[in-house]
Design a protein around this ligand. Structure first.
Ligand code: AMP
Length: 400
């Protein structure tokens, strides 16, 4: 089957066309600046990227351009849209309604709409992508894969906040967790790759990228994660603060004369590694270069990140009463050996020993603990698009 995977943001859209039999990416790319001017990046497997600047007033024109590129006579990956067998959509928030991926129906769309309040920047954009694909590819089955679904197995003691319970009952305020597609993909792969017993395994997945989250997975089921009602909670991230004392909000609002959206803007866009480094960068490569040049703010940002990840990992070891494997993934987790080493060295009390040579590798599936280490540590590259494709195929096949 050929599956078109769509990840629709408010002004951008990423796509991949995947042959599910071979799991090869036939073509991929993105649309940027939708509603502003418009830019399509298209790359057929084995060929160079093509960049087209063209007006994209709405997501409809953007998706139409993607479909035209995919079926282009010269550089298209398929001859006609009849060769698209299904579409898999990333949907950010499924609330408590969706504990798994699902075939999209009118009821599903309504239920996703009801979660819009919980992800006002993401869910409406995801829904636009779904509606446009339904319009442009009538009859092609569409599947929604939720960022929150994998975390729905968390017990109340992990998902409830210490707030009036009315907020949970009336407003659905609870921990949901995000990056679920990645945590699910990587934790499953960890069990296979490391030869763990899937029914008797305790795995911690550190998804460390521009946005970061960590999850604790027991026997394949998530029991806790660091992101919360929104993706702002948890570890320090590229520009997001992660956990802070909530009283800081009022204190800073008064000092800086900010309203609530103003404070939220600081916490989401001007904090984290970027804020800590005094605006040097949110990117680890820039921070490491600046720290090597003696910039103390950049060095502190790196230290805070490693310390923050270590504390969550240690907390999850306690929550699971042990751990069999710790796995690193996403941009920082896959590429930054210094961060991995920093976290693992702080966990030496667990009997973990790092294989320094293996830890020098970047971006590949590899065990980075020594054979005698009591806990296995590995790098497993995430692949959210492939996970969406696999869920889509499983659901479409089951429905036929
Ligand atoms: P992601 O959100 O998963 O795409 O991760 C993006 C982040 O990964 C960037 O902001 C960098 O901080 C980090 N990153 C990417 N490549 C490298 C690298 N070679 N070394 C260190 N960090 C990297």
């Amino acid at each position: 089957m050929n599956v078109l995977v769509i990840n629709c943001g408010s002004s951008s859209l990423k796509y991949q066309l995947i042959d599910s039999d071979t799991e090869a990416v036939l073509a991929k790319g993105l649309c940027e600046r939708i509603g502003i001017d418009g830019r399509l990046v298209y790359q057929k497997a084995g060929l160079d990227k093509e960049i087209t600047e063209a007006p994209m007033p709405t997501h409809k024109e953007a998706i139409q351009m993607v479909l035209d590129a995919l079926t282009n006579e010269k550089t298209g990956a398929i001859r006609s849209l009849k060769e698209v067998d299904a579409v898999g959509h990333r949907v950010v928030h499924g609330g408590e309604k969706f504990a798994a991926s699902t075939i999209i129906t009118d009821e599903v769309i309504k239920a996703v709409e009801e979660c819009n309040d919980l992800a006002p920047l993401h869910n409406p954009a995801n829904l636009i992508g779904i509606r446009v694909c339904q319009e442009l590819m009538p009859g092609v089955p569409q599947v929604a894969v939720f960022d929150t679904a994998f975390h729905q197995t968390m017990p109340p003691k992990a998902f409830l906040y210490g707030l009036p319970i009315k907020f949970y009952h009336d407003y659905k305020v609870r921990r949901y967790g995000f990056h679920g597609t990645s945590h699910s993909f990587v934790s499953k792969r960890a069990v296979e790759f490391l030869g763990l017993d899937k029914d008797n395994s305790k795995v911690i997945v550190c998804h460390l990228g521009n946005g970061s989250s960590i999850s604790a997975v027991v026997n394949g089921k998530c029991i806790d994660t660091t992101m919360g009602l929104t993706p702002l909670e948890g570890t320090v991230m590229g520009t997001r603060s992660g956990n802070i004392d909530p009283a800081i909000m009022e204190y800073v609002a008064k000092k800086e004369n900010l309203d609530i959206p103003g404070v939220m803007n600081v916490l989401n866009k001007k904090s984290g590694l970027f804020g800590l480094s005094g605006g040097v960068s949110s990117d680890m490569r820039d921070l490491e270069a600046a720290a090597a040049d003696g910039n103390m703010n950049a060095q502190n940002a790196l230290d805070v990140l490693i310390y923050s990840v270590t504390k969550f990992v240690g907390g999850f070891v306690a929550a699971m009463n042990g751990v069999d494997a710790i796995v690193f993934t996403a941009g920082i987790g896959e590429n930054d050996g210094k961060v991995r080493a920093g976290v693992v060295k702080n966990l030496g009390y667990l009997g973990i020993t790092l294989d320094e040579e293996a830890n020098k590798q970047r971006g590949e599936e590899i065990v980075i603990s020594t054979p005698d280490s009591k806990v296995k540590v590995a790098v497993i590259p995430t692949n959210e698009e492939l996970a969406i494709c696999r869920d889509t195929v499983a659901l479409v096949k089951a429905a036929n």
